[in-house]
Design a protein around this ligand. Structure first.
Ligand code: S5P
Length: 264
């Protein structure tokens, strides 16, 4: 089946090339899973991609939590992810003023050179999106920003009024790929989807087949419920990378997410 048929209005209304690339990858792999690759060694990260690459549609990184990071090993890791047909998404949660965010796209990690997507808070105002876009532009690349509209963690300060403002400002900006929503609360997610409409992606962490509370205030909802409530991509970390059999678990998350999409 063609991506346009599978995704319906989301495909028709979402004209950003990168969003369409994601939707096509998801169809090829029958998976709406973004792997949160939160392992601390390069060997652990490389193993993970080798095992779960076929079952996930995107890769989310925290480049600054790797103990033995080097530029060379990171480039090789990114090449491996690209060969596995994965968008690379650095979850940097930028939050500074536009000009500094642009500079933070460079620096030691040089995020602008290998990321397709990054996360940002809109707390400092909409110029952060222009700053991040200028960062990619500085190296002749294109990317998309995912704005944090909600969070999955207990007691977070992103209340419904804040969410509404992030959505209103983000919807109007071409540099915004979409929004991070809370995958642990389907009702909140349904409200977020109706505010966002079909023109932008919603990606959701806080998802686990074992629903309930996680470590240090994390909360989890079921992957299928999140997709039914309007998530376009479930972000799964420990549910996969801490599993005894990461490949089997990644496939289970992929199947649950794909089933959710087919019922929508
Ligand atoms: O609200 C949020 C936003 C994000 S991006 N809550 C989150 O948990 N995340 C990220 O998703 C977090 O940084 C981590 O990488 C991942 C969730 O991992 P898990 O192990 O709880 O599935």
């Amino acid at each position: 089946m063609q991506a346009a048929d599978v995704w319906g209005q989301r495909w028709a209304m979402n004209t950003l090339p990168m969003a369409r690339t994601y939707m096509e990858v998801a169809c090829r792999k029958k998976s709406l899973v973004c792997l949160a690759a939160d392992r601390s060694t390069m060997a652990g990260l490389n193993d993970l991609i080798d095992q779960v690459g076929p079952y996930v549609a995107a890769l989310k990184t925290h480049v600054d939590l790797v103990d033995d990071w080097t530029a060379e090993s990171w480039h090789a890791f990114c090449a491996k992810a690209q060969a596995a047909d994965l968008l690379i998404f650095e979850d940097r949660k930028f939050a500074d003023i536009g000009g500094i965010s642009r500079k933070q796209m460079a620096g030691v990690y040089d995020i602008r050179s290998w990321s397709d997507l990054v996360t940002a808070h809109l707390i400092s105002g909409p110029d952060i999106v222009d700053g991040l876009q200028a960062g990619w532009g500085d190296v002749g690349r294109q990317g998309g920003v995912l704005l944090l509209a909600q969070m999955s963690s207990r007691g977070n300060l992103l209340d419904s009024e804040y969410t509404a403002q992030v959505v209103a400002k983000g919807k109007a900006h071409d540099g915004v790929f979409g929004f991070i929503g809370n995958g642990s609360r389907p009702q909140e997610l349904t409200r977020l989807r109706s505010a966002v409409g079909d023109g932008k992606m919603i990606w959701t962490p806080g998802v686990n087949l074992a629903v309930g509370d996680g470590e240090m205030g994390q909360r989890y909802g079921h992957p299928k419920e999140a997709v039914l409530a309007g998530s376009d991509c479930i972000i799964v970390g420990s549910g996969i990378h801490k599993a005894d059999d990461p490949a089997a678990q990644a496939k289970a998350y992929a199947d649950a997410s794909w089933q959710g999409l087919s019922l929508r």
